[in-house]
Design a protein around this ligand. Structure first.
Ligand code: GZL
Length: 325
């Protein structure tokens, strides 16, 4: 009899140990019964890039055996903060998110830290000076993406005396990609006075807003030579506006874009876009690898930069069929 009771007690202790192994320091049983649970707050579904990024995260979580609690913030910071607080309440094992804008995160990240829940930044950065508020930041170097765009234009325009009139469709106001892609591009073209950014406004990373703002640029700004769009969706919207104004995109107005999503690469292959700087959304597998290391208390780099390239029209024609997104 005694043997039977001790076996049951042992089994009970083992079960509790197994369920609690899915929760960090606090040892509380993981609601998922032992599986690692990630709370993920996504920016929204504003672009082809975002859709591909969401797919990558969801598929990678499944492949890694990580239970994903996913929320779409519809590009609103307050929705992301609510989602993060909800994940803290649910005592998830780890929180990952792509901050829609750079500022305003310290309070909620301190709440996650106080709850012993590690946070991983993916895609976009925050401007918090307290680097202990998150374990690592996985994503592209947006300043470098802007520099690549500027370097291509500088080379492309080297035989032109100028002025080269540029309009710029910025990403979401206050977001890291908008701030940094603008800065990197300006850093490169700023050394040559022939380049004039004659108009610059946010198109919020969406096709519809990109079209609307480009229509306004075409009405108010004579002699546009170049459009620099911070993402393909805004570039594709601008193409509709340019064609609606009776001009030829890629010829009358050269277009430089960022992302290299399928529709953007098709427009590049068709000659409507002139050059695309790649920004890979396929961050899911690396995010899950980093998550496992963080939960195993292994050292992870403070910054993991995504590897990515650039595409000319000729290169786009060659790779279009094999693109993953
Ligand atoms: C960049 C990402 C940006 C994309 C846009 O990493 O945050 O947001 O460039 C997307 O297409 O909307």
């Amino acid at each position: 009899m005694l043997k039977k009771i001790s076996a049951l007690v042992l089994a009970g202790v083992t079960a509790v140990a197994l369920t609690s192994c899915g929760k960090g320091e606090s040892g509380a049983a993981a609601p998922g019964g032992g599986k690692t649970i990630m709370g993920f707050s996504q920016v929204g579904a504003e672009s082809g890039w975002r859709t591909a990024n969401t797919k990558s995260v969801q598929e990678a979580a499944k492949a890694a055996g990580i239970e994903l609690k996913f929320s779409d913030a519809q590009q609103k910071q307050e929705n992301q903060i609510k989602a993060i607080r909800s994940y803290i309440q649910q005592k998830v094992d780890v929180i990952a998110f792509s901050p829609v804008v750079e500022s305003g995160w310290d309070t909620v990240l301190k709440e996650a830290k106080n709850a012993n829940i590690p946070v991983i930044l993916t895609d976009r950065a925050v401007d918090s000076t307290d680097k202990t508020l998150y374990k690592t930041f996985l994503g592209s170097d947006f300043v470098e993406e802007g520099r690549k765009a500027g370097k291509w234009l500088t080379e492309e325009s080297k035989s032109e005396a100028g002025p080269v009139n540029i309009v710029e469709l910025q990403g979401t106001t206050g977001s890291a990609p908008a701030n940094d892609r603008k800065a990197g591009f300006a850093e490169v073209i700023g050394s040559d006075p022939k380049f004039k950014v004659v108009a610059s406004q946010t198109g919020d990373f969406t096709r519809a807003k990109g079209k609307e703002v480009m229509e306004a640029f075409l009405k108010s700004t004579p002699d546009i030579d170049v459009l620099y769009a911070h993402n393909d969706d805004m570039a594709l919207g601008a193409i509709e506006a340019i064609e609606g104004a009776g001009k030829v995109p890629g010829k009358d107005i050269k277009i430089i874009s960022v992302d290299a999503v399928k529709d953007g690469m098709q427009a590049l292959a068709d000659g409507k876009i002139s050059y695309i700087v790649e920004c890979s959304p396929l961050l899911g597998p690396q995010l899950m690898d980093l998550t496992k290391k963080v939960l195993a208390k292994e050292e992870v780099p403070a910054r993991v930069v995504t590897e990515e390239t650039t595409f000319t029209q000729e290169q786009a024609k060659k790779v279009l069929a094999s693109r993953q997104y």
